[in-house]
Design a protein around this ligand. Structure first.
Ligand SMILES: O=C(O)C1=C[C@@H](OP(=O)(O)O)[C@@H](O)[C@H](O)C1
Ligand SMILES: C=C(OP(=O)(O)O)C(=O)O
Length: 445
């Protein structure tokens, strides 16, 4: 009898995944779940708009579920999230004051974007919190600009950490020069600006994902952008009208299969219906620098977002340098790109990625330690990683640190290793990719 590739061991509330690679290439045609960033935004804009928003392809991961729960508590009416189409009846601008604490769970996007909306709801009071990881993530990056707009927000450690209390106010417009390229910061301020009479502008050092700008425009807001200075302006007050949103597959989820197929000999995989918004395709460019064989087919536009099918075939990889403006365009893919680097000839250097230290875990430290346990030559840099590829890897006992992207990156590196790998707290994958383990079993048949 052949041993199964993946065994899931229940250790409530956690799961251990035991992987025994068979060395077979990944084959077939798959789809990945809906884009997480677009799912959050469709739920939020639908919740505050006038009328009905219809969403197809919504990600049913834990993070968008947190967004859905928060906005239901503030008056939005949602249909069954498991349905093919999810409808959101919006409140038409005025959120209801919730009777209990809003819980963003593990989701930084939920908490930071929602803060912009809450801060600008006069005469309403809100308490917001999240899980242990989210309560340790910096909120000052949005509280600071919101406070300059007149927001009243209190929190732990000098109003920088959740739980937070928000007393909604009539805000004033600002031009905010963000020190970091962050779509969460940019979107938070734009959402706060929606209700303000006047122009609210955010300038960022380089371009972060632009899903908010695209979707706000589609919902009827006046949004202008200056591509040279990386500035976005919302002219308020805006009246949003419910829309139809078709959510493409998440390129951040597709990235796991791109790297798996690019690193396991014999692979040939087609990933259908993936969002290829240029502010998100840094991972494709990075893998192409590494000489990966990836082609885009059937390119099209779906409700304002570019979409394509991605074909990836195994070919030996070579090391590369990833830094600068590319980093915000692949920010969530650094852990899985570190896995690609382990299979590449030469030393890959990733810099300008200090933001990874304040994600669901310190992704630089965690990846360096966990890959090190498998024999990977990975050195942690203050703002990145240095990874020497081509060194044989061995199965080991590793830990996700409850970070979804780490759990999945470790499952993919296990395919390159000799012997079994055990990943503890692997259930974290469900935050962004609840069907990851099923797809793994499907493509590695
Ligand atoms: O706006 C978004 O949907 C996101 C923005 C990014 O965070 P930052 O804005 O903190 O870079 C990214 O890491 C996160 O997964 C999703
Ligand atoms: C950083 C992430 O998400 P968030 O900031 O929304 O928790 C992520 O999905 O990798």
């Amino acid at each position: 009898m052949t041993e199964s590739l993946l065994e899931i061991i229940e250790q409530p509330p956690h799961q251990v995944w035991r992987l025994r690679p068979r060395g077979d290439g990944l084959q077939g045609r798959i789809q990945v779940p809906g884009d997480k960033s677009i799912s959050h935004r469709a739920l939020m804009l639908g919740a505050i708009a006038q009328g009905t928003t219809r969403i197809q392809g919504l990600l049913l991961g834990e993070d968008p579920r947190s967004t859905a729960r928060c906005f239901q508590m503030m008056g939005a009416k949602l249909s069954d999230l498991e349905g093919e189409w999810v409808t959101v009846e919006g409140v038409g601008g005025q959120l209801r004051e919730p009777a209990a604490v809003l819980d963003a769970g593990n989701s930084g996007t939920t908490l930071r974007l929602m803060l912009g909306l809450l801060a600008s709801q006069p005469e309403r009071f809100f308490c917001v919190t999240g899980d242990e990881s989210l309560r340790s993530r910096p909120m000052s990056r949005v509280i600071l600009p919101l406070t300059r707009m007149g927001a009243a927000i209190w929190g732990r450690q000098g109003h920088t950490l959740a739980p937070l209390a928000v007393q909604g106010q009539s805000l004033r417009p600002i031009h905010y020069h963000s020190p970091i390229a962050s779509a969460q910061v940019k979107s938070c301020i734009l959402l706060a600006g929606l209700g303000i009479d006047g122009q609210t502008t955010v300038t960022e050092p380089s371009l972060s994902r632009d899903h908010s700008e695209r979707m706000l425009r589609a919902f009827g807001a006046e949004i202008t952008t200056d591509t040279e200075t990386h500035s976005v302006t919302v002219s308020g007050p805006a009246r949003l009208q419910g829309q139809t949103v078709v959510v493409p597959g998440d390129i951040s989820s597709a990235a796991f299969w791109l790297v798996a197929a690019a690193t396991v000999p014999g692979s040939d995989l087609l990933i259908e219906n993936v969002g290829v918004n240029p502010t998100r395709t840094g991972v494709l460019e990075a893998l192409q620098h590494m000489d990966a064989d990836i082609t885009l087919v059937n390119e099209r536009q779906v409700t304002g977002e570019p979409v394509a099918d991605l074909r990836v075939r195994y070919r030996p990889l070579k090391a590369c340098k990833l830094a600068g403006d590319l980093i915000p365009r692949l920010i969530d893919e650094v852990p899985i790109l570190a896995v690609a680097a382990l299979a590449a000839r030469g030393t890959t250097v990733i810099r300008d990625a200090a933001e990874l230290r304040v994600k669901e875990s310190d992704r630089l430290a965690v990846m360096a330690t966990q890959l090190g346990k498998m024999g990977g030559q990975v050195t942690e840099l203050p703002d990145g990683l240095e990874i020497t590829g081509g060194v044989p890897l061995k199965g080991a006992e590793v830990d996700s640190h409850t970070d979804h992207r780490i759990a999945m990156a470790l499952a993919i590196v296990a395919l390159q290793a000799q012997g079994a790998t055990q990943i503890s707290r692997a259930e974290a994958a469900a935050v962004s990719y609840p069907t990851f383990s099923q797809t793994l079993a499907q493509v590695c048949r």
